[in-house]
Design a protein around this ligand. Structure first.
Ligand code: GAP
Length: 500
């Protein structure tokens, strides 16, 4: 699968992002820090547009999801209860000769070895039986050891003993520990969800592939609480039951199959491939949003975790994977059935009751969790949008998420056209993210706008002064139309809010 045109490479995307101000490696003037990127001026607009659209789609337009924004530095007991202190680990090996550190399962996967048992013993056996050595220098590797991915820091000045706290490795736990607060203050009743986005931190052993594996990133998560007896009682199921998805089940993977099958959501539930209506609903709803921001259905598949991949809290998990032409299918979102694991654990560890009353009964709800990673989605969006044509390269971003919606140019810098163009720009920028550019040839200005994904360019020329019309150029088709100035705002509004 993938696209017919010339495939973009990760280097091309990285180069464009740095040159045009989407992302910069953090602390680059001091040699950089691996796994950390700063958002540049265009990146920050792209980030905001995607976050705003996510919030609108999953929170604002619904009446069953509440918002939250929890602390980044979190009480250590939260992570003891959640199981992260004990289980949030990867296995590390170190080259005895050159000292390079590797994530053991990645080394094995790079050699085409499937890691069926993600345990210390399982990893040890595979490393030995495949005689894995350091890919950099051929040196011998250390025995693997467990490495906890949480970043910790000291709270306050106390040194002995220090008060160790953690930077959250997922935003989800802040939702679980605030569950009862939201129920009390908002009068929430089942089924309902809590959504939040924000930074998460993981001390990844080997961050790589630009924005794909970072140590600091943004998650957008929803914990959706359902009575465990009503997992097949989703009132919105009819809206999504006929949607076709590309599904790769755990069973198919265990048979060695790698090709996803096309299946209707309803059939995936009735055949037992997806465990419940609510789980299926959140898979479909996630896909609908990913399509909305520009990822095409054929480049997305839903892959079930095989048993050995399941996180310690999950009963069933599906990854939404995107087809990156330079790395293959990779996870951009996880959608898990976390059962009542988290609320139950927090209830046990804190002594606070965390049930809710539903149909006159006390229940600890089950949780379906769609968990999106913003930077991976941005990488997918940029990959999908990066279009190479014979004479130009441009970013075919959906207007609703493009950093700039419109650029305004005078055809030439004289004859009062610059003053008139500035006036039009000033009128537009109150409503639309816009920029004004009068430097260089008009062709160069269009090329720059194309490269950063501006969907509409407005050019002011001699005719504007006489009849009040301007030229609107459409990025994707390069088609140019003349429109009266007073129709511009409506035309742009309709173009940005296109139905999809
Ligand atoms: N609360 C569930 C959870 O955190 P996860 O699969 O570990 O599940 C969810 O993470 C999403 O966060 C992933 O699908 C991915 O998009 C993003 N993510 C996870 N680790 C990441 C990393 N090191 N760099 C960038 N994004 C990451």
């Amino acid at each position: 699968m993938g696209r017919a045109q010339k495939m973009v490479t990760l280097d091309e995307i990285t180069e464009l992002c740095t040159r045009r101000g989407f992302f910069y490696q953090t602390g680059k003037i001091y040699g950089g820090l691996s796994g950390f990127y700063d958002y540049g001026p265009l990146g920050v607009d792209l980030m905001k547009n995607i976050l705003d659209d996510w919030w609108w789609y999953f929170v604002e337009r619904r009446d069953d999801i509440y918002g939250l924004s929890g602390s980044i530095i979190t009480h250590p007991k939260v992570w003891e209860a959640s199981g992260h202190v004990e289980s949030f680990i990867d296995y590390i090996v170190v080259c005895q000769k050159c000292g390079t550190e590797y994530r053991a399962d990645h080394l094995l996967e790079d050699l085409g070895v499937k890691v069926e048992q993600y345990t210390l013993e399982g990893i040890k056996t595979l490393l030995r039986s495949h005689n894995v050595r350091c890919p950099a220098c051929g040196g011998e590797l250390s025995e693997p050891r467990a490495f906890n991915l949480m970043f910790s820091t000291n709270l306050g000045p106390k040194k002995s003993p220090p008060f160790i706290v953690y930077l959250r490795p997922e935003t989800a736990q802040l939702i679980f520990v605030n569950f009862k607060n939201v129920v009390f203050s908002m009068g929430a009743t089942l089924p309902f969800g809590i959504a939040q986005y924000g930074k998460a931190f993981r001390n990844e052993i080997s961050p790589r592939n630009f924005l794909f594996r970072l140590r600091e990133f943004i998650q957008m998560e929803i914990e959706y609480f359902v009575n465990p007896k009503k997992l097949n009682d989703c009132p919105y199921f009819d809206e999504i039951k006929d949607i076709e998805i590309n599904l790769l089940s755990a069973e198919d993977q265990e048979k060695g199959l790698e090709q996803a099958r096309k299946i209707k959501v309803e059939d995936a539930v009735t055949s037992g491939l997806i465990g419940s209506e609510w789980h299926a609903y959140w898979i479909a709803e996630s896909l609908r949003w990913l399509w909305r921001i520009g990822l095409s259905p054929q480049n997305l598949r839903v892959r079930e975790h095989i048993k050995s991949e399941l996180a310690h809290y999950a009963q069933q998990t599906f990854d939404v994977e995107y087809y990156f032409p330079y790395m293959g299918w990779k996870e951009i979102e996880g959608i898990s059935n976390r059962t009542d694991f988290d609320l139950r654990r927090h209830q046990e560890h804190s002594g606070e009751p965390l049930h809710i009353v539903d149909d006159g009964e006390k229940v600890i709800p089950y949780v379906i969790e769609p968990s999106f990673g913003l930077e991976r989605i941005i990488l997918a969006v940029l990959t999908e949008a990066y279009t190479i044509e014979e004479k130009r390269t441009y970013l075919r971003l959906k207007p609703r998420i493009a950093p700039f919606k419109v650029a305004v140019f005078p055809l030439v810098k004289r004859d009062g056209l610059d003053t008139l163009a500035r006036k039009i720009y000033n009128e537009l920028r109150d409503r639309f993210r816009a920029y004004y550019d009068e430097d260089g040839s008009i062709g160069k200005r269009y090329a720059k706008a194309d490269e950063i994904g501006v969907p509409f360019c407005v050019t002011v020329d001699g005719q504007t002064a006489t009849d009040g019309t301007v030229t609107v150029r459409y990025r994707d088709t390069r088609q140019q139309v003349r429109v009266p100035r007073e129709h511009l705002a409506e035309l742009l509004h309709n173009g940005i809010e296109e139905k999809s």
